[in-house]
Design a protein around this ligand. Structure first.
Ligand SMILES: Nc1ncnc2c1ncn2[C@@H]1O[C@H](COP(=O)(O)OP(=O)(O)OP(=O)(O)O)[C@@H](O)[C@H]1O
Length: 667
C-alpha cells in the first residue's frame, strides 16, 4: 500500500513537474514573443518615419498594385472555365474573343508581377537605408561604438547585425509584407465566392483547416526563430575568424600558424554547422507542416465541391455547363485555400524576419542603454565624467608648496585624485592621481608593460570612467586642441589626403597641398605619393596591408604636423621608427609648440620631455622632472619640488606652474 502511495506520489510529482515545465515553456514563449513584438514595432517606426515618408508612399503603391493584381488573377482564374464553355459549345467567335482577352490579361499579370517585384525591391533598399542610417547615428554617436565593441560586450557581432541582418530582414519583410496585409481582403472575397459555390461547407472547412495548421506552425516557429537568431550569431563568429586571418595574414604566416588556425577556424565552422543542423531539424518539422497544408489544401477544394454535386444541386445542368461550373468553383475554392496556405507558407520567411529583427532590436536596446548611461554621467561638451564644475579658484600645488591659480595658464586637462582600472574589473591600475598637462611642459609616462599607461590616455580622453576622482578637460579634443596618436595607428579608407586630413574632412579644413608635400617629405614618405599617383588617388587600399608599421607611424605624424594641435597625446607613437627619425619627429613637435604627453619605453625620448609620470604597476605613481634623472620608486612618498630646467626650452612661467614633483604610493 505504502509502495502504491509512494508511486502515486511520484507520478503526481512527475505530473506537477511536467505541468510546471510546460507552463514555464509557455511563459517563456509568450515572453519571447512579446519581446520580439516590441522590438519589431520599434524597427517599424524607423522604417516608416511618417505617413508621408518615401517608404509609406511606396508601401501604399505596392498595396494598390497587389490589389490590382488580385483582380487580374481572379479573371485569369476564370479563363479555364470560359474555355470549357466556348469549346464545349463550339463557339468560334467566343473562342477568338476569349483568347484575345486571355492574352491581354496574362500580359497585364506579367507586367504587374514585375512591377510588384520592382517596388518591393526599392522598398527593401529604402528600409535598409533608413534602418542602417538610424543605427549608425547611434553607433557613431560620441564613442558609443567603442563601448559596444570593447567595454560592454553584451551583443555579439554588432557589425554583422548592421550589415547582414538588416539586409536580410528588410529584404524578406518587403516580400512577405504585402501578401500578409492583403490576405484578409482576399480571404473575405473568396470566402464569399466559395460560400455561393459550395454553401457554408467550403468556407468553414477551409477556415478550420487553416486554424489547425496555424496552431501547429505557431509552435514550430518559436524554436526556428530561436535557431535563426543563433545561426546568425555563429555566422558572425565564423566570418570574424576569417577576417582575423585576412587582417593578420602576414603575422600568422611568420608563425606558420596554418595548422593551428585551421583547427580554430574549423571549430567555429563546427559550431555554425551544429546550429544550422538543429535549425534544419526544426525546419524539417515546419516544412512538413507547411507542405502537408499545401497538398491537403489542393484536394480540400474538390471535397468541398463534392457536397453540392452529390446532394444534386447541379443535376439540371448540361455536361459542358457543369464542367465550366466545376472549373470556376474549383478555382474559387482552390484560391481561397491558396490564400490560407500562402499565409502558412510565409511562416518560414516570418521566422527569418523575426530572428533578424530580434538581433537588430537587441543591438538598439544595448546602444540605447549605453547612451542613456553616458548621458547621465558623462558631459560630452567638456569630456568629463560626473558633473564637476571648474571653480575659478581651483588650486593646484606648485613646486614651492604654495598654491597657484590653475587658470593662470592653459592646461589641456587636469586630474584630481583619480583612481582608475579596466572597466567591469576591480583591478586598480592607478590610485589618487593628480596631474595636469600644462602648455609647454611635455610629460612622459613610463612604467612596465600592462601597468596602465595607455589606460591613463583612455581615462583622459573619456573612453574609460575613473572609479574615483575627477578629470577636467579644459581644451577640446580634436585637431586644433588635443590630438591622440594611438598605439595602433588608425588609418581610414580613402586617399592619402583623407589620411592626412583625418579626423577632419576636406570641407572642414583648408587643404594646403604644399604643407602636405612638405611634411610627407620631412618624414621620408614622398615615395608614397609616387606609389599612389598623387594625394587624391584612391586605390581602395587596405592601408594596413600596404604600409609598414613604421610608415604608418610616420604618416600619423604627418597628420599631427598638418593639424598642428596645441596638445598631442603620443602612445608609443615612435616605437617602430629609428632613433634619428624619432628625434626628427619630436624636434618638429617642439618647433611647432605642440605640448606632448607621451607614453614610451625608450630612454631616447626622455630628452624631449620635462616631467616624467611613472607607474609602478601596483597603483602607485611618481611625478618628477626628467632632467634630475630620478623619477623615484613606487612608495617613495613624494619629492622635494623639483622644477623643469630652463634648458628644456620653456618659458619660466610655464616651468614655475607645472614643474610639480609629487608622488603617491599605497603605503
Ligand atoms: N578593454 C579592456 N578591458 C579589460 N582590461 C583591459 C582592457 N584594455 C586593457 N586592459 C588591461 O588593463 C591593463 C593596462 O593596460 P594598458 O593598455 O594601459 O597597458 P600599458 O601600460 O599601456 O601597456 P603597454 O606598455 O604594454 O602598452 C592591462 O592589464 C590590460 O590587459
Amino acid at each position: 500500500m505504502s509502495h502504491f502511495n509512494s508511486r502515486a506520489r511520484g507520478e503526481q510529482t512527475t505530473l506537477y513537474g511536467a505541468c510546471a515545465a510546460t507552463a514555464a515553456m509557455v511563459h517563456a514563449q509568450v515572453k519571447f514573443d512579446l519581446t520580439f513584438f516590441k522590438r519589431f514595432l520599434k524597427l517599424c517606426r524607423w522604417m516608416f518615419p511618417s505617413l508621408c515618408s518615401k517608404a509609406a508612399v511606396m508601401t501604399l503603391f505596392l498595396l494598390l498594385l497587389s490589389l490590382l493584381e488580385q483582380v487580374v488573377i481572379y479573371n485569369i482564374g476564370l479563363i479555364a472555365s470560359k474555355y470549357f464553355k466556348v469549346l464545349g459549345t463550339k463557339d468560334r467567335q467566343g473562342f477568338t474573343t476569349h483568347t484575345i482577352i486571355s492574352v491581354v490579361l496574362i500580359i497585364a499579370e506579367a507586367f504587374l508581377k514585375s512591377c510588384i517585384t520592382y517596388v518591393a525591391s526599392m522598398l527593401h533598399i529604402t528600409w535598409r537605408q533608413s534602418l542602417c542610417t538610424r543605427l549608425h547615428h547611434t553607433y557613431f554617436c560620441n564613442i558609443l561604438y567603442y563601448h559596444v565593441n570593447v567595454v560592454d560586450n553584451t551583443v555579439d557581432n554588432p557589425d554583422q547585425r548592421m550589415t547582414q541582418d538588416v539586409d536580410k530582414m528588410t529584404d524578406t519583410f518587403s516580400k512577405v509584407f504585402v501578401p500578409i496585409i492583403i490576405s484578409p481582403f482576399k480571404i473575405g472575397y473568396y470566402m464569399y465566392q466559395a460560400s455561393i459555390a459550395t454553401g457554408y461547407i467550403g468556407p468553414v472547412s477551409v477556415l478550420c483547416f487553416f486554424m489547425v495548421f496555424s496552431l501547429i506552425n505557431k509552435f514550430l516557429m518559436t524554436p526556428v526563430v530561436h535557431y535563426v537568431y543563433k545561426q546568425e550569431r555563429r555566422e558572425g563568429d565564423f566570418r570574424f575568424k576569417h577576417m582575423q586571418i585576412r587582417t593578420y595574414a602576414e603575422s600568422a604566416a611568420f608563425y606558420r600558424a596554418g595548422q593551428v588556425e585551421e583547427v580554430k577556424t574549423n571549430q567555429k565552422l563546427d559550431q555554425l554547422i551544429g546550429t544550422q543542423r538543429r535549425l534544419i531539424h526544426w525546419n524539417f518539422a515546419l516544412n512538413f507542416s507547411i507542405n502537408t497544408a499545401d497538398y491537403l489544401g489542393s484536394i480540400l477544394s474538390y471535397i468541398a465541391l463534392a457536397f453540392p454535386i452529390f446532394l444534386g444541386r447541379y443535376d439540371n445542368l448540361a455536361p459542358a455547363d457543369l464542367s465550366a461550373l466545376i472549373s470556376k468553383n474549383a478555382f474559387v475554392c482552390i484560391y481561397l485555400i491558396n490564400c490560407f496556405t500562402t499565409l502558412i507558407d510565409q511562416a518560414k520567411d516570418v521566422t527569418d524576419v523575426a530572428g533578424c529583427a530580434h538581433r537588430i532590436g537587441q543591438l538598439t536596446e544595448v546602444m540605447g542603454r549605453i547612451k542613456a548611461d553616458q548621458e547621465d554621467t558623462y558631459d560630452f561638451a567638456s569630456g568629463t565624467y560626473s558633473s564637476f564644475e571648474l571653480s575659478p579658484r581651483h588650486l593646484w600645488p606648485d613646486d614651492s608648496g604654495s598654491y597657484q591659480e590653475m587658470h593662470a595658464t592653459e592646461p589641456a586637462f587636469h586630474m584630481d585624485g583619480v583612481t582608475y582600472g579596466p572597466p567591469k574589473s576591480s583591478t586598480v591600475l592607478c590610485r589618487d592621481l593628480s596631474v595636469q598637462l600644462q602648455t609647454g611642459v611635455n610629460v612622459l609616462v613610463t612604467g612596465d608593460s600592462g601597468c596602465g599607461k595607455t589606460s591613463l590616455l583612455r581615462v583622459i580622453s573619456g573612453l574609460w570612467r575613473p572609479s574615483k576622482g575627477r578629470v577636467n578637460k579644459l581644451v577640446a579634443q580634436g585637431p586644433s586642441g588635443v590630438l591622440y596618436l594611438p598605439q595602433k595607428p588608425y588609418l581610414t579608407n580613402g586617399s592619402l589626403r583623407d589620411q592626412i586630413l583625418f579626423p577632419c574632412t576636406e570641407a572642414e579644413v583648408v587643404p594646403d597641398d604644399d604643407k602636405m608635400h612638405e611634411y610627407l617629405s620631412l618624414v621620408g614618405l614622398d615615395q608614397l605619393l609616387e606609389r599612389l599617383g598623387g594625394l587624391d588617388v584612391d586605390l581602395d587600399w587596405n592601408w594596413y596591408d600596404e604600409l609598414s608599421p613604421g610608415e604608418m607611424q610616420r604618416l600619423s605624424f604627418v597628420r599631427l604636423f598638418f593639424h598642428k594641435p596645441r596638445f598631442a597625446m603620443l602612445d608609443e607613437a615612435t616605437s617602430q621608427v629609428s632613433q634619428e627619425m624619432e628625434s626628427l619627429l619630436y624636434n618638429t613637435c617642439t618647433g611647432m609648440h605642440i605640448t606632448l604627453l607621451s607614453v614610451g619605453h625608450r630612454d631616447s625620448i626622455r630628452q624631449f620631455h620635462h616631467m616624467m609620470l611613472h607607474f609602478d604597476g601596483t597603483g602607485s605613481w611618481t611625478l618628477t622632472p626628467t632632467h634630475s634623472g630620478d623619477h623615484g620608486d613606487s612608495g617613495s612618498g613624494g619629492g622635494d619640488g623639483g622644477v623643469v630646467s630652463e634648458g628644456a626650452g620653456l618659458d619660466s612661467q610655464h616651468v614655475q606652474l607645472s614643474g610639480v614633483q609629487a608622488s603617491h604610493s599605497e603605503s
